[in-house]
Design a protein around this ligand. Sequence first.
Ligand SMILES: Cc1cc2nc3c(=O)[nH]c(=O)nc-3n(C[C@H](O)[C@H](O)[C@H](O)COP(=O)(O)O)c2cc1C
Length: 307
Amino acid sequence: MKRRTVDIRSTLGPVALRSPIVAAAGTVGSVVDFNGVADFEVYGAAVAKSVSPEPWPGRTPPRLTSVGSGMLNGIGIQNPGIEAWKHTIGPMLAGVGVPVWGSAVGHDARGFAEVAVGLEAAGVAAIEVNLSCPNLDDGHLFALDASAAAAVVRAVRTATTLPIGAKLSPNAIDIADIAASVRDAGADWVVLTNTVWGAGIDVETRRPKLSGVVGGYSGTPIKPIALRCVWEVAQAHPDIPILGCGGVRTGADVVEYFLAGASAVAVGTAHFAEPRVGKRIIKEVERYMTKHGTSSVRELVGAAEPW
Ligand SMILES: Cc1cc2nc3c(=O)[nH]c(=O)nc-3n(C[C@H](O)[C@H](O)[C@H](O)COP(=O)(O)O)c2cc1C
């Protein structure tokens, strides 16, 4: 990384980050696929698409569409399963020049734990627990239920010694309550947030835009929703480290997340329109810091002024 005039290093709980931006899960493939496409040298970490215990086929097309200025996806977490992932992607992780985090998903706590063991064996640097997935017991998302989310995080905590982040849903009624619950179960930080539930209908064909009808809405329109989640968790539980995520496209977006209380910020949908967006974002953050006499990004975390 080039010599910088400001210090952009940050931390997320026990993890030291050379840069405060992280490539969000599912938006840079397995990370290995995006090597040379995204400028991974300006990222602190990149998160691979979520992996489940067994292969998941995903939904049938259409499963990705643009809606207004955002994106709607209903991919259904298509992935080859942890055993295949470990053998195909694992050996290439060391060559990508950015710490790669795995993302675990499953339909019960045991499944998440099995994936965590496989991800650790594959050589990832940390694990995100993707709690935006239906629970086999009642079909509800783990991320909407404090005790179900905690049970998954506890199982992953027991299965791995790696640092873990719990990725929550903005659809939760009380996000601060869920964040406290996963912290108590052993999460080192929370990721705020995953996509927002959304739907679209093609008015000409009158058919839903996604085969599964309801999908995850992402991109610039969701920033105020995810930022509100960061704000609520930071206010209620200042001890919980936060990775902000949702609608980031510019350096100013990243600064806004810091001010709300995030220590690092993930970039997702922006990669589809601009794969090298990371380099521009970091330049914009550095320009902001120089203009405002900020020497370290850590000074910005939670630094919003009261109204
Ligand atoms: C096409 C697509 C695939 C995604 N796949 C995953 C995934 O596998 N696991 C996960 O935790 N989040 C996944 N996400 C959610 C993103 O990581 C991110 O949380 C969300 O898109 C909000 O950030 P953004 O507005 O910057 O995209 C996906 C998002 C998109 C658009």
